[in-house]
Design a binder for this molecule. Structure first.
Ligand code: SAM
Ligand code: SF4
Length: 463
């Protein structure tokens, strides 16, 4: 049994990074590394970074300033060592620059090489003086082949990466450069990981991919499984009660997937489907490969298959050349479709992407004014959806303690956090039926209607 060492991992950005951080811990556990909540005194610190917008990347450099002090304190006695590693998309995009700017960083590795952590750590521990490690290859296939077959216990709700990378090359986006080409894990790999998670107490799984519905994994008997087919296989797993997937591209919503939304009660009636903009001119300049009409058509087909489906989306405002009229088209799209949640961002020029070199960059004050208007409209729609839930019944998977004494918090089928008081701790991990008694902008409150239930069709409907 190896000596216990303290591992501090900080995760920035998307759910895929949350999943990757968890798997890094799985890779390091056999070497004796156990997760801790504080960088002070840790034997290894990993910052698992995000490069999607400028602000996300800048945050890493300010955090490194704080880590420097912890490393100095830890190594002051001349014998202890703190390995400082920068992982993820900033590492992939700016690895060499990072090493130059931050001499105390020992190790830089991208999103596709963390299965090699044991060798990297051994090298860092052997290093006399400075042997600094950079590993930013793109062997996605190799990574999934070499990660530990066993996953550690996750929460009642867990992430499972099924697809990585992206071949779409939207002109604003760094993902194809930082995560590499699209790659899908084999169907059985995914099913086995899902079974393991369920065996360890997970009841809800969110399948992850940068472009998750482009999934085309190897099928057990040859051929390929689409995402729709994979969802059918997963919904056969006993004890798995809820399935979600994110993030989807409108272009890759196929008939199989639409049918899955029609047929599978375990597939939750909530879909994050980024549109980015409502103007066809802007969508074309973004290289989104769809126009507004196509997005509306896909939404109509999905709602036809699953009438209670609710949508969320991503929006970018102030893309180069976006006129007042273009922005109005986005506002109109939101009014027409209605979203119950959304993420909206000011366009952030990313080095090396085509849009960063486009003319007619939109001035910052214009971006600010537009995003405020968009966010006000989106907030109004979210609050209205939440208020419409008042008095209705919903099945809620209770996942954690709330802020108040005796309060538990879970998720509705529509991803709304719902709090409830007066239930025993043993209700954690149960799906309970709640009557909604409180509607806030970002959450709901409820009261117990009857005893905990397993999965049932009624979960999908707000009664
Ligand atoms: N693959 C997904 C898709 O096709 O929409 C999303 C990937 S990205 C991790 C998440 C969101 O970040 C995008 O949907 C987009 O709205 C936003 N984003 C990406 N690049 C951006 C940029 N340069 N400036 C502002 N927002 C950006
Ligand atoms: Fe980025 Fe998504 Fe476009 Fe791929 S599809 S380039 S991940 S925004």
């Amino acid at each position: 049994m190896s000596v216990t060492k303290k591992l501090f991992v900080k995760t920035y950005g998307c759910q895929m990074n949350v999943y990757d951080s968890q798997r890094m811990q799985d890779v390091l556990a056999p070497l004796g590394y156990q997760p801790v909540d504080d960088a002070a005194g840790a034997d290894m610190v990993i910052l698992n970074t995000c490069h999607i917008r400028e602000k996300a990347a800048e945050k890493v450099f300010s955090d490194l300033g704080r880590i420097r002090k912890h490393k100095k304190a830890k190594e002051a006695n001349g014998t202890d060592k703190m390995i400082v590693a920068v992982a993820g998309c900033v590492a992939q995009a700016e690895g060499a620059e990072l090493m130059r700017r931050e001499p105390m960083v020992d190790m830089v590795f991208g999103p596709q090489t963390y299965h090699r952590l044991p060798e990297m750590v051994a090298r860092a521990n052997r290093a006399i003086g400075r042997d600094r490690i950079i590993d930013t290859d793109f062997p996605a296939e190799e990574k999934f082949d070499h990660l530990p077959q066993q996953v550690s216990r996750q929460g009642y709700s867990a992430f499972l990466a099924i697809q990585e990378g992206c071949d779409k090359f939207c002109t604003f986006c760094v993902v194809p450069y930082t995560r590499g080409a699209e790659y899908s894990r084999s169907g059985m790999d995914v099913v086995n990981e899902a079974r393991q998670l369920v065996g360890k107490g997970t009841r809800e799984i969110t399948l992850l991919g940068q472009n998750v519905n482009a999934y085309h994994g190897e099928a057990p008997n040859g051929g390929e499984w689409t995402l729709g087919r994979l969802l059918r296989e997963l919904s056969e797993i006993d004890g798995l009660d809820r399935i979600r997937y994110t993030t989807s591209h409108p272009r890759d919503v196929d008939d199989d997937l639409i049918a899955a939304h029609r047929d599978l009660p375990k597939l939750m009636p909530f879909l994050h489907l980024p549109v980015q903009a409502g103007s066809d001119r802007v969508l074309q300049a973004m290289n989104r490969k769809h126009d507004g009409a196509f997005y509306r058509e896909i939404v109509a087909k999905l709602k036809d298959a699953c009438p209670d489906l609710a949508l969320s989306s991503d929006f970018i405002v102030g893309f180069p050349g976006e006129s007042d009229k273009d922005f109005e088209d986005t506002m109109q799209m939101v009014r027409d479709i209605t979203f119950i949640q959304a993420f909206s961002f000011k366009y952030s020029p990313r080095p090396g992407t085509p849009a960063s070199a486009m003319e007619l960059q939109v001035p910052e004050p214009v971006k600010t004014e537009r995003i405020m208007r968009l966010q006000a409209l989106l907030a109004e729609q979210q609050l209205e959806f939440n208020r419409n839930c008042l008095g209705k019944e919903m099945d809620v998977l209770l996942e954690r303690y709330g802020k108040l004494e005796g309060q538990l918090v879970g998720k509705s089928p529509y991803m709304q956090p719902v709090h409830v008081s007066g239930l025993p701790e043993s209700a954690l991990g149960q799906i309970v039926r709640l009557k909604i008694t409180e509607a806030l902008p970002n959450s709901l409150g409820g009261e117990l209607v009857d005893a905990p239930v397993q999965n049932r069709d009624s979960e999908r409907k707000i009664a």
